[in-house]
Design a protein around this ligand. Structure first.
Ligand code: 2AM
Length: 503
């Protein structure tokens, strides 16, 4: 009975999180449905891991559960969905009141809300924790977004803080030095309590929605350099490497620079040119866009990223359509305009990114009202500074914005972001115009700009829309010359109205 914590689910994420926990001096009991995976993992640990003595494998659930100190903390890293329910139900007979289950999988937040209710009724405390950073993050420091029972969080918190990514508290710069058996100490730990029930998994979901559009925008920048400027992959990679030194500096830009300069190991040329252009998705971006629709949050750039993946995935159809549907005659950019066009693409990328994050935070603001949470946006930005896929110098700018004003209505209204949008918009508009006139799809850039132009418009054509609604459905309208909340209806001229009366 001496394990500090237990972990169920020994796929790569589970293995790496277990090793990360062991590296920080905790004894961890591990279990997997298929015991072969557990045995292989323990063998590998013994061969390679300095902290292997603190990882203890169990082939049956009873001995696994009984080996953990009470109140037990059991982390689940099993496949999201019904596998999580199956695993929880298998554990339940062995658990005692006050034990804690922590779901670290990519659960849909509504499932987390349901599980927390069900388990609370049985005397088991439940934490849903978003875990971001992929395999390497799990191993050396992820960004962790826990929510649920507060008392349980207090008990989990020291471990979560120890294993989370660490960044400089003031600059957000990563604190380097992670290596197996050499845990990083000091710095700001990228985990904070997010709120009740499913809020942690919700915030993780929005993180992924932002990740979708972040990636899409980078792809559009690459595509425009290739198709407008005729640049080869490695040359574009060098531009990204240069951008990575400035305000765009981020994990995704860094890996993009590497990817574009990677030669194909099996035939001449660059690997990226050989990779099939049909995107996959696991669903978290789609959940974000669907929830934005449900809440009426204008997250059109996030949705555009999901649609762009969907459009890419019908590869065979696109190949056929390309033979039938014509575009404009392309007007390549001249060599003398190349440098300026690359600068403009950089502006388009940065401005669109600001809009994408503004949408993500605006969505979370809607969600906290709808689901009765109190989210701390400054803290959310802080814990995304390290460990996760969207980690970036940019997150420090967002952290600073919420430090200046914790009740900021929209990120674009923070003085830093307002200035960046002002300075970058000429290039941003120029690039979209080039994309449109050359028939190059840039739906992420364009959706972000439509959001920007819509948000900064004091007046929109929704006056006409309201009149249309009143005309055919008597939905009423407010008047600009009367206080809000007073509704009017006109008996519109008969001729175009539906004939309701039976003649
Ligand atoms: P397995 O190794 O026995 O397949 C990621 O897929 C993790 O989730 C693995 O540890 C896997 O266990 C576990 N898992 C997947 N489906 C499961 C299920 N229906 N019940 C329990 N565990 C499951």
């Amino acid at each position: 009975k001496n394990a500090d914590i237990g972990l169920v689910g020994l796929a790569v994420m589970g293995q790496n999180l277990a090793l990360n926990i062991a590296d920080h001096g905790y004894t961890i009991a591990v279990y997997n449905r298929d015991p072969k995976k557990m045995l292989n993992f323990i063998e590998e640990c013994k061969a390679k891991e300095p902290s292997h003595e603190r990882v203890v494998g169990h082939a049956d659930l009873a001995s696994f559960v009984l080996s953990i100190k009470r109140p037990r903390k059991i982390v689940l890293l099993v496949k999201a969905g019904s596998a999580t329910d199956v695993t929880i139900n298998a554990l339940l007979p062995f658990l005692e009141e006050g034990d804690i289950i922590i779901d670290g999988g990519n659960a849909l937040w509504t499932d987390t809300i349901r599980r927390e209710k069900e388990l609370t009724a049985k005397g088991i405390d439940f934490i849903g924790s978003g875990v971001s950073g992929g395999e390497i993050g799990a191993r050396f420091g992820p960004s962790l977004m826990p929510s649920g029972n507060r008392k349980a969080w207090a008990s989990l918190e020291p471990i979560w803080r120890d294993i989370a990514a660490k960044v400089d508290p003031d600059t957000g710069a990563p604190i380097e030095g992670a290596a197996p058996g050499k845990p990083v100490e000091g710095g700001f730990a990228c985990t904070e309590y997010i709120g009740p029930d499913g809020s942690g998994h919700y915030v993780k979901m929005v993180h992924n929605g932002i990740e979708y559009i972040d990636m899409q925008l980078i792809c559009e920048a690459y595509w425009l350099m290739k198709n407008l400027l005729g640049m080869a992959a490695d040359e574009i990679g060098k531009v990204f490497a240069e951008w990575n030194k400035g305000e765009l500096s981020s994990y995704l830009i860094e890996i993009t620079a590497d990817i574009l300069q990677q030669k194909d190991p099996v035939s001449p040329g660059f690997l990226v040119d050989k990779v099939m252009d049909a995107a996959g998705q696991k669903g978290t971006g789609q959940w974000t866009a669907a929830n934005a629709l449900e809440l009426g949050a204008p997250a059109n750039a996030i949705a555009a990223a999901v649609y762009a993946r969907a459009l890419s995935s019908v590869k065979e159809e696109r190949v056929e359509a390309s033979k039938i549907l014509k575009g404009p005659v392309s007007k390549p950019v001249s060599d003398k305009d190349k440098a300026a066009t690359i600068e403009a693409i950089k502006s388009a990328l940065y401005c669109s990114k600001i809009c994408a994050y503004a949408q993500g935070f605006q969505l979370m603001d809607k969600a906290q009202v709808a689901y009765n949470w109190k989210l701390n946006f400054g803290e959310i930005a802080q814990i995304w500074r390290g460990g996760c896929i969207i980690r970036a110098r940019f997150l420090q700018k967002i952290t600073d914005a919420y430090a200046r004003n914790s009740r900021l209505k929209n990120l674009m209204l923070d003085p830093y972001f307002t200035t960046e949008l002002n300075d970058g918009q000429a290039g941003w508009r120029h690039v979209i115009a080039l994309a449109v006139s050359n028939g190059i799809p840039a739906q992420g850039f364009a959706a972000a700009l439509a959001y920007y132009d819509g948000y900064r418009s004091a007046v929109l054509p929704a006056n006409l829309l309201q009149a249309q609604r009143d005309y055919f459905g008597a939905h009423t309208y407010e008047r600009v010359d009367q206080p809000r909340g007073q509704f009017f209806h006109l008996d519109w001229p008969e001729k175009n109205r539906p004939q309701l009366a039976i003649e």
